[in-house]
Design a protein around this ligand. Structure first.
Ligand code: 5GP
Ligand code: MN
Length: 341
């Protein structure tokens, strides 16, 4: 049996709102990852079983390695169809906000959230949620929003309504946010939940392969190039820095999703505690940070780049040149030296 972590008040209030709603919209964050898409589609399949009309909306496209998820082709991408996204949100009776804790994280969709008069329910696991929802189900101690969706559905009394498709999406979200159960994944409840998802006939080995074994030859060679030419290891600070210019990305013809896992590569170096990826985009530098143990990567993300995230996985952005972004980061490293070593 699972311990109850979501409060009974929140479950009952959410249940009332769901019962009253016909059209439900699920929002998730910009640059949606496996947990954003897994939790959103997991909830989508469940609400469909309840007979609701459901739409998942994200600000920009999800990476191709998630394109096997059941009904992912139903996801509305705001950037590709702003008019339809606006109309869909305007028609909604209820909005779920999944896997994000602040309105800024939905980028171009923030005005849609702001003007919508309907009730909003947040289900998320990032620390320090902002209070823009009527019900805030926030559990930073849980390693994925997808796990929270499983718990939410069970607490609604609806385990029976979890279909195989729903279970696949939930499993994929739990798997991706824990790096295939190698980070933040010591809670026995995770493995109880997996056993319950297996009862729904999911093939977890196939889900792993469909998600992670998706490299092209070109992508593998790009990884090699990046490690050889674009990674610097700052031994004193146990920090690896990778810079990717738009020229690099164009030269190798890699897609945005191809740069996803690169920040994780230096984490297998024994003496690296912090890994930072700086990726040049059209008008912004995006920063991804990963750390080991108790080192708060999200504090660096917030202090230097106005971003946020989890202790061990966070990000932010910088307006300026790639060199200036890296300089701002390396200049600040001595302030964190005590924590890094
Ligand atoms: P990734 O490096 O995979 O893009 O992001 C890792 C984590 O950092 C995610 O949990 C994401 O929510 C968070 N994150 C990434 N970029 C930002 C940002 O610009 N602002 C905030 N607040 N969080 C971010
Ligand atoms: Mn997540």
């Amino acid at each position: 049996m699972l311990n109850k972590i979501i409060s009974e008040d929140n479950i009952q209030s959410a249940k009332k709102l769901i019962n009253k709603a016909d059209k439900i919209v699920i929002f998730s964050h910009r640059s949606p990852d496996g947990d954003a898409i897994g939790s959103s589609l997991g909830l989508y399949h469940f609400l469909n079983e309840l007979g609701k009309q459901v739409n998942v909306i994200v600000p920009n496209d999800y990476p191709v390695f998630l394109n096997w998820m059941p009904d992912c082709d139903q996801i509305l991408v705001d950037e590709n169809n702003r008019e339809l996204a606006k109309e869909t949100v305007e028609a909604a009776d209820l909005i779920f906000c999944l896997d994000f804790n602040g309105k800024k994280r939905v980028g171009t969709m923030e005005p849609l959230l702001d003007v919508s008069p309907v009730k909003k329910i947040m289900i998320d696991h990032h620390p320090d949620p902002e209070s823009f929802c009527d019900i805030t189900i926030s559990h930073p101690e849980i390693s994925s929003t997808s796990e929270l969706i499983f718990r939410f559905i069970c607490r609604m009394g609806d385990f029976e309504l979890i279909t195989k498709a729903c279970a696949e999406c939930i499993y994929a979200g739990m798997m991706t946010d824990t790096c295939a159960f190698t980070l933040n994944s010591n809670s026995p409840a995770i493995y109880y939940i997996i056993s319950q998802l297996l009862e729904k006939d999911i093939d977890k080995d196939d889900i792993y392969a469909k998600t992670f074994n998706r490299n092209t030859e070109n992508k593998m060679r790009f990884n090699g190039f990046v490690l050889l030419k674009r990674m610097k290891v700052l031994k004193r600070y146990k920090t690896a820095v990778i810079t990717l210019s738009t020229d690099d990305i164009i030269k190798f013809g890699v897609q945005k999703g191809d740069t996803e896992g690169i920040v994780n590569l230096p984490m297998s170096i024994e003496d690296v505690t912090l890994s930072a990826l700086f990726r040049e985009e059209k008008d912004v530098i995006r920063i991804s940070l990963r750390s080991k143990g108790f080192f708060p990567s999200n504090k660096i993300a917030k202090d230097i780049f106005g971003g946020g995230g989890h202790l061990n996985a966070s990000g932010g952005e910088f307006h300026g040149s790639l060199d200036d972004a890296v300089a701002a980061f390396t200049k600040a490293l001595p302030d964190y030296e005590r924590l890094l070593t």
